[in-house]
Structure formats: structure tokens, C-alpha cells
Ligand binder design. Structure first.
Ligand SMILES: Nc1nc2c(ncn2[C@@H]2O[C@H](COP(=O)(O)OP(=O)(O)OP(=O)(O)O)[C@@H](O)[C@H]2O)c(=O)[nH]1
Length: 365
């Protein structure tokens, strides 16, 4: 099922007004209800839409406070309204075009609009209006996994190979351009309390050397890994050459170059778990080439083994190094890859989970 990403909603927000007080008896009106956004990892675009359909699509409102009466001198406080939003939502003031708040923490409530004060002696017993303004909710997809590599490394093929046999749901969420793509993959194996194992993967267009300087629109693509929980480097075991007249790079040099691009763009990205996937190990001599990369990376100061123009300053310590042949759905490496990703996203999960139903038995060899 393809879901069209609607990534911006405009709303009029109006928190509850305070109820009037009762001057004669010193009665205090109830405060108006607040409006909160509740960030949740398990809220998806679709669910958000449903929630809003049930409410009013254009408006967010909270209850007004009750006025004080002769029989009830303290008016009841207006009820708060809580909207669940996917973690990562940005709230933009539609009038000033500035970001009010980023709902980046799972299960946290963010106060969006404060209800008005109830009427009391300090305001002449007149209930105050609640905060009211126009906002845009900008929905940014939470990306679990970001695939990075030079063109032709096999990122898209790897993504296809990772797609479960029994597809429950595969959705393409295009960003503003058709690429990069975020795919949301769900596996139907039951994982205890967590229910289904689902992850979103961003398949980013191939980087080129100098991406950190925005060559080949590098910034636009690298930006998407900033939110990713895990980064997967995909390199071609047989090496890489961008075009006839550019330098040929071995797989090891490619690893160094990707490391460099990432650190020069934003060195904090190197703190994320990074898995190296050496792909195309089905091609002649590629097993040996992949083994040579592994051996190099075992060295503590591995960059010094590379030519100067491929050397990163801050060498990555890879979470794991996997050898894959994505085109043949050769699953040994891929199963390990899924396992890595799964435990990274679900650190408390038990490890007896049977992950991946192969597309065909022959692929298990
Ligand atoms: N022999 C072999 N070829 C592969 C493998 N994986 C991918 N390929 C081939 O390599 C070529 C590039 O694969 P893609 O998956 O399009 O590579 P990509 O990294 O997504 O490329 P860009 O979109 O340009 O960044 C295709 O012809 C694939 O069929 C593999 O494991 N073995």
C-alpha cells in the first residue's frame, strides 16, 4: 500500500477561556483547559489523520472553565485537550513562520497553548481568554535506519532484499522530491510485548566525494541521517568509480571516504551505531576483497593504511561488519543485519526471536 505523505497541517489553536468569577461572593472561575501535544513513537501519519478526523480537522480546542456560581463558588477547571503526534513533529507558528517547539522526545507532553485564567479578584472576576494562534504541524518521519553509500553500491537492492516475504505493509513515503525514499517495513513475526517488528529505512541517493561540501546535493541527503537511529554503510566489495575519468576506489578506500564525508558534514553522526555492509560478495574475488577490508578495520589506526585523500580523522568503530550479496537475496549477511537493527531499536528484547522468513529455501545456502 502506498501512502501519500502529507507532511504539513495547518490548525487554528484555541485553549479554553477561564470562567467568570462571582465578585459578590469572592467566587473564582475555573481556569480554561490547556492544549498539549503528546509525542509518541507509535503514532503514524495515518493514525494522526484519524485522530484529527474525529476531532475537527482545522481546529484544536480545549474546554472553557466553568463560571463561579452562588452554589459553586469555585468553578470547575476546563478539561485539557491532548493530541497524539508522531515523535519528531515540529510546531511552527503559521503567522511568524518560526518554530515554537520540536516534539522530539517519545512519550513527552508538550504544552502548546495555555488556557485562560479564571475570574478572580486580580482580574476583576473576568475570565481571561485562552491562548489562540495558527500553527503548522510539520511531520518529519522518524527514520530508524539510514542507508549510505556511493552510487551503485546496492542500497536499493539491499532494501528490496530486506523486504519481508509476507508483506503486511510496505509504504513509500516520498519526501518533497521523489528521492530519498523512506520505506516502512513491517515483519509479521510476533515479538512478544512489542508486537510487530517494524522499521523505517531511508534509502538515500548515492553520495559522491565532496558530499559534505554539498556536491551532488550531498547536504540534502545527509540531513536525513541526522535523525536515524542506525546508519548502514553500503560499499561495493569490488570498489567504486564514479565515471570513466574519476579515480577508482577500492572497497577499503570507499569505507574511508564515507567515514570522511560523514565526519566533515557533522562529526556527531559518528556517535551513532554504524554497521558496515560489504555488498556484492557474489562477484569473482570479492570475498577476498571483503576479507581484506575486514582485516584493515581490525587495526586500531586503520586510516593510516589508506591513501591520504581517503583518510578520516575520526575512524569509525563499526558495530558490525557484514558481507552481503543483496541481488541474490543471499540472506546470511542480511539476517545478521536485521538482527543488528532489531536489537539496536529494541535493546530489551529477548534474543530468541526468529527473524526473517526467507523468500526461498535456496537462498539460505
Ligand atoms: N553482483 C551483484 N550485483 C548487485 C548486488 N547488489 C546490487 N547489485 C547491482 O548493482 C547495481 C546497483 O544497485 P542499486 O541497488 O541500484 O544501487 P544503489 O546503491 O541503490 O545505487 P544509487 O541509487 O545510484 O545510489 C544494480 O545493477 C544491481 O543489480 C549484489 O549483491 N551482487
Amino acid at each position: 500500500m502506498t501512502v501519500v505523505a502529507i507532511d504539513r497541517f495547518r490548525f487554528n489553536v484555541k485553549a479554553g477561556a477561564g470562567g467568570n468569577g462571582l465578585a459578590r461572593y469572592n467566587g473564582v472561575g475555573g481556569d480554561g483547559g490547556n492544549i498539549y501535544l503528546h509525542a509518541r513513537n507509535d503514532v503514524q501519519f495515518k493514525r494522526l489523520l484519524k485522530q484529527l478526523d474525529n476531532a475537527d480537522l482545522q481546529r484544536m480546542r480545549a474546554e472553557v472553565g466553568a463560571a463561579a456560581t452562588q452554589t459553586k463558588l469555585i468553578g470547575k477547571r476546563g478539561q485539557d485537550t491532548v493530541f497524539k503526534v508522531p515523535t519528531g513533529v515540529e510546531v511552527i507558528n503559521a503567522d511568524t513562520d518560526t518554530v515554537i517547539v520540536r516534539c522530539n522526545t517519545h512519550d513527552k507532553r508538550y504544552l502548546l497553548a495555555k488556557g485562560g485564567e479564571g475570574g478572580k479578584s486580580t482580574n476583576n472576576f473576568v475570565g481571561q481568554l485562552g491562548e489562540q494562534f495558527n500553527i503548522i504541524l510539520s511531520l518529519k518521519l522518524r527514520v530508524d535506519v539510514g542507508l549510505i553509500g556511493f552510487p551503485n553500491a546496492g542500497k536499493s537492492t539491499l532494501l528490496k532484499a530486506l523486504t519481508p516475504k509476507k508483506k503486511i505493509h510496505i509504504a513509500n513515503y516520498p519526501f518533497t522530491t521523489t528521492k530519498p525514499q523512506v520505506c516502512y517495513l513491517k515483519y509479521d513475526q510476533d515479538v512478544g510485548d512489542d508486537g510487530l517488528f517494524a522499521m523505517s529505512i531511508a534509502d538515500l541517493p548515492g553520495l559522491i566525494e565532496g558530499a559534505h561540501l554539498n556536491r551532488g546535493k550531498g547536504h540534502k541527503f545527509l540531513k536525513h541521517v541526522e535523525n536515524a537511529s542506525i546508519i548502514i554503510f553500503v560499499v561495493d566489495a569490488t570498489g567504486f568509480r564514479l565515471s570513466e575519468d574519476s579515480t577508482y576506489r577500492t572497497a577499503a578506500e570507499t569505507v574511508g571516504l564515507l567515514n570522511r564525508e560523514l565526519e566533515l558534514y557533522d562529526s556527531s553522526l559518528l556517535q551513532k551505531p554504524i554497521v558496515l555492509c560489504i555488498n556484492k560478495t557474489d562477484l569473482p574475488n570479492s570475498e577476498e576483497k571483503a576479507a581484506a577490508v575486514e582485516e584493515m578495520l581490525r587495526e586500531k589506526d586503520w586510516p593510516k593504511l589508506l591513501p591520504e585523500d581517503c583518510r578520516p580523522q575520526n575512524p569509525i568503530v563499526f558495530r558490525s561488519i557484514l558481507k552481503t550479496a543483496a541481488r541474490d537475496f543471499r540472506l546470511n549477511g542480511l539476517q545478521e543485519l536485521l538482527r543488528e537493527v532489531y536489537f539496536e531499536l529494541n535493546p530489551m528484547a529477548s534474543d530468541d526471536y526468529d527473524f526473517f522468513e526467507p523468500r526461498s529455501k535456496k537462498h539460505l545456502t
